[in-house]
Design a protein. Structure first.
Length: 167
């Protein structure tokens, strides 16, 4: 069976076209596979390096440790805030002359309160021949038998309380 020369030429051209197309597809596939290999090497690691998966797993473990640390710090900050609130950190001092014949404002009343207004007031009264010191407790910015100077010291210290509470 012999093909006519035109049909043979068409068959050769079609065969050549299929071959060229196959070569193009093969080259494109080779380039694509080479890129995938590079990515696979990145994911798997090479020359003893950790793989991408190992690195990600390590980062996940590190984040878990950090979460635990943050939880611990949150508890510690809460405790510190409670400790600071209970500290006698709102202080005021009022100096005055306890006696008309004395000058120099040598007497004083000092109030020291925590964040809820509990604490103490210390009063020292200086005279010519003696000095007396008194300590009184303060509960919610109030106390018993307070002098005007002690009340003033407590009111001044209470201005620093959260919300600026005073008596």
């Amino acid at each position: 069976m012999s093909l006519d020369p035109t049909a043979r030429d068409v068959l050769v051209i079609v065969s050549l076209s299929v071959a060229v197309l196959s070569l193009v597809v093969a080259v494109w596939s080779h380039v694509r596979v080479t890129k995938l290999r590079r990515h696979t090497v990145l994911l798997q690691g090479r020359d003893g390096a950790d793989s991408f998966v190992d690195v990600v797993a390590g980062q996940i473990r590190a984040v878990d440790v950090l979460r635990d640390d943050v939880a611990d710090l949150t508890v510690a900050v809460g405790q510190t805030r409670a400790d600071v609130a209970a500290a006698l950190r709102h202080v005021a001092v009022i100096r005055y002359d306890a006696f008309n014949d004395m000058g120099g404002r040598m007497s004083f009343s000092a109030a020291m309160l925590d964040d809820i207004g509990d604490g103490m007031v210390i009063t020292s009264i200086h005279g010519r021949t003696e000095s007396r010191t008194y300590l009184k407790s303060v509960v919610r910015t109030d106390g018993e038998n307070l002098s005007p100077e002690e009340k003033e010291a407590i009111a001044e210290a209470a201005r620093g309380l959260p919300g600026g509470r005073s008596r």
